[in-house]
Design a protein around this ligand. Structure first.
Ligand code: MEV
Length: 319
């Protein structure tokens, strides 16, 4: 029985989240230790249009047609069909497995979409290239998050560090020296959609103040990119911590995130910040590789629900 299997990684935002929605640059990194796999198993004996979909992480087990039209999974499949101008898919079972915690800032929604779009387009005989996958994944992110910048789907589709600015070509850049990051999850589910909406409301009330913060975040991001490109990793820590302070000022941090940032800094990290939408989810911590496990242990003792030590490898900037 033919089986198609496609996957996609997770991500962290290194710097620039939220400001990126308003046109500032941001940097995102793929996280390869977590991933989503979508398998498609052809069911030639099943009735012609029968498509079942199973996603244990969200307790989904049913027919694709029973999902609402704007359900992101169904919408992703429909967009692939539209692109290919086909009106039916041969009977099959779609099986979605992710090793990613949901609503934790690791990009689970984009990861599921990217893996699903790859799998369906392959099953239909026309595997999409990354540009096509990314285009559809962005449309589906809008169903999840309202007005996303597009950074999550982009880093997850290309699986490479990206320097991202809205309405500008995607830039892949060099990382001269590998860096060690600890990702620590508060265990509190953070809704990116509501964080983005809250920032929008506050921005409406104080546009000048918020624009100044977004400009500073943009400058930090440019500096961090230069430091990664030139291997000046010692400079990056304080810039990340400053980014966290600015995220506090726009109201997307909370006590749990701040506490984990403080614990990491007291344990000897070079820098730490919330990552992604905030209001829960993850912090990222930049530390010496030799200290990473010890800091991760302290974070766990101080209430982190889980930690992940990840090495961001050096890259030549090509993709
Ligand atoms: C979420 O990973 C990053 C945000 O900036 C939202 C977005 O860019 O779409 C908070």
């Amino acid at each position: 029985m033919p089986v198609i299997s496609c996957s996609a990684p997770g991500k962290v935002i290194l710097c620039g989240e939220h400001a990126v929605v308003y046109g500032a640059p941001a940097i995102a990194l793929p996280v390869l230790q977590v991933s989503t796999t979508v398998k498609i198993i052809a069911k030639p004996q099943a009735p012609p249009r029968s498509i079942t979909i199973k996603a244990p992480s969200i307790s989904l087990d049913g027919s694709l047609d029973s999902l609402e039209l704007d359900n992101p999974l169904r919408a992703a499949v429909n967009l692939v069909m539209q692109e290919l101008r086909v009106n039916r898919i041969p009977a099959c079972e779609i099986l979605i497995n992710t090793t990613m915690p949901l609503s934790a800032g690791l990009g689970s929604s984009a990861s599921v979409t990217v893996a699903l779009v790859r799998a369906i387009s392959t099953y239909l005989g026309h595997p999409f290239d990354n540009n096509r996958v990314n285009h559809i994944a962005f449309e589906i992110e809008k169903l999840h998050h309202g007005s996303p910048s597009g950074i999550d789907n982009t880093v997850i589709t290309y699986g490479a560090p990206v320097f991202f600015q809205r309405n500008k070509p995607i830039e892949f850049f060099k990382i001269i020296r590998p860096l060690t990051l600890i990702i620590a999850d508060t265990g509190i589910k953070g809704s990116t959609a509501s964080a983005v909406a809250q920032v929008r409301q506050r921005w409406e009330m104080d546009r000048d103040g918020f624009e100044a913060i977004f400009r500073e975040i943009g400058q930090l991001t440019l500096q961090i990119r230069r430091d990664l490109e030139t291997g000046h990793l010692d400079e990056i820590g304080p810039l990340l911590t400053r980014n966290h302070e600015l995220l506090q000022r726009i109201g997307v941090s909370n006590l749990a995130l701040d506490q984990l940032v403080n614990v990491a800094m007291q344990a000897g990290a070079h820098g730490a910040k919330l990552s992604g939408g905030g209001l829960g989810g993850n912090i990222i911590v930049f530390a010496n590789p030799e200290q990473a496990q010890q800091i991760a242990q302290k974070l766990l003792k101080s209430g982190a629900a889980r930690t992940l030590v990840t090495l961001i490898p050096s890259t030549d900037g090509a993709c």
